[in-house]
Design a protein around this ligand. Structure first.
Ligand code: PEP
Ligand code: MN
Length: 422
């Protein structure tokens, strides 16, 4: 049942409703709306009539049953779209379209750092990469596990990109959550209820993929498992379902986007890489996903797809990804939306930093003196080491001026890294 509070209802009235819900043996979930709060009372359907009586309480507008089997995920409970916050600068579900990109699996330091730099340079907002890989065959590459998570964290430190990575069982979920910004539940695990409950308790945003034989209602019921544990930050992902068609790896069900939008307030993203299984089909499906109303995309990009440990055939090369991103922007604009724009990372360092409003002129001059753009020689690892040396010297300089390390690490370092290595 949903208890709709009156606009501007007092806190004590809400507290009384919460107390009564608990007394009746139900769990309450408060959803804050723009003008009024609603409270979902979740529990045994048979006691519904007792909840109806709450209508007489002060501050309550009305009490209505939720008709769908999913409650917290339903549009009946929350009419406005949910915006899932990922970091200070990235949220999914607003007017800006979000791009998550990166390799299927984390394979090595060089591979993930190179991928992170490439996708950031092209305008992606979130890095993807699997450290735990659920593979059809036990003989296939299973992922670098914790080592892979550490490499993803390094890529985040250096580029500023938050990352999404898959969690494959409840036993390792805490470990993955200690590193990741978004926990991915893969298609093969999307009805692993123990895992769904576990990520529901972790409080990190969850990217929930649709299983390959899952109906839309079942997808929403899986989201409900996560939400009923107290985690409302769920992003749904359509990644193709299995049909009789064999020309593509799966059949990407783009109609799932408008269907889901008519049923849930949760953001919806599209994965055209797993949806088609072929890099040739990824860009057209990205454009179509924008037209279908998706809030974001997750795309596999690999610097050397021919030698990828997994899903090379469906991975875009960075150059192709960059071209696609430019065109995607136009499609987004045609739809009256935008692709969240990161500052341009090309050009000289000082020009790059000029685009960063939080960097004052004083610091820009200090940066200029380091001539970061000389870091163009050597392989990626050598260039990263050189950059880290510069950052170390710079930290000492900043400390002498009484500036915090956070300023360097969070505001400056990601920009420098991409600027120097792009
Ligand atoms: C992946 O994202 O690499 C993956 C395994 O996806 P899915 O669960 O959709 O197959
Ligand atoms: Mn993959």
């Amino acid at each position: 049942m949903i208890i709709v509070m009156k606009a501007g209802a007092a806190k004590k009235d809400k507290d009384e409703v919460l107390r009564r819900i608990k007394e009746l043996g139900y769990t309450s979930h408060v959803i804050h709306g723009a003008t009024r709060d609603v409270i979902g009372a979740i529990g045994d359907e048979r006691g519904k009539s007792a909840l109806q009586a709450l209508e007489t309480l002060h501050g309550v507008e009305n009490v209505v049953p939720i008709l769908q089997p999913y409650k917290l995920a339903s549009l009946e409970v929350k009419k406005e779209s949910s915006v899932v916050r990922i970091s200070d600068t990235v949220s999914i579900g607003g007017s800006q379209i979000i791009m998550m990109a990166g390799p299927c699996s984390v394979e090595s330091e060089e591979q993930i750092l190179e991928s992170a730099v490439a996708v950031k340079k092209a305008g992606a907002h979130i890095l993807r990469g699997g450290a735990f890989k659920p593979r059809t065959s036990p003989y296939s590459f299973q992922g670098l596990e914790e080592e892979g998570l550490k490499l993803l964290a390094k890529a985040r430190d250096l580029t500023g990109l938050p990352f999404v990575t898959e969690v494959i069982n409840p036993e390792t979920a805490d470990m993955v959550a200690a590193y990741a910004d978004i926990l991915q539940i893969g298609a093969r695990n999307s009805q692993n209820f123990a895992l769904l409950k576990k990520v529901g308790q972790l409080g990190k945003p969850v990217l929930l993929k649709r299983g390959m034989a899952m109906t839309i209602q079942e997808l929403l019921m899986s989201a409900e498992y996560i939400m009923s544990e107290g985690n409302q930050s769920v992003i749904l992902c359509e990644r193709g379902i299995r049909t009789f068609e064999t020309a593509t790896r799966n059949t990407l069900d783009l109609s799932a986007v408008p269907v889901l939008k008519g049923k849930t307030h949760l953001p919806v993203v599209i994965d055209p890489s797993h949806g088609t299984g072929n890099h040739h089909y990824v860009a057209p499906m990205c454009y179509a996903a924008v037209a279908s109303g998706a809030d974001g995309l997750i795309v596999e990009v690999h610097p050397d797809p021919e030698h990828a440990s997994s899903d090379g055939a469906q991975s875009l090369k960075p150059e192709k990804f960059e071209i696609m991103m430019k065109k995607l922007r136009l499609f987004a604009e045609a739809d009256g939306r935008t692709l969240l724009r990161y500052r341009n990372t090309k050009g000289t360092l000082s020009r790059h930093l000029t685009g960063c409003p939080r960097v004052s002129k004083r610091y820009r001059n200090t940066f200029r003196s380091f001539r970061m753009f000389r870091i163009q020689s050597g392989n990626l690892t050598e260039r990263i080491n050189t950059l880290q040396k510069y950052l170390y010297q710079f930290r000492i300089k900043l400390r002498a001026r009484g500036t915090s390390n956070r300023f360097l690490h969070v505001t400056i370092a990601p920009h420098l890294f991409v600027a120097a290595l792009a």
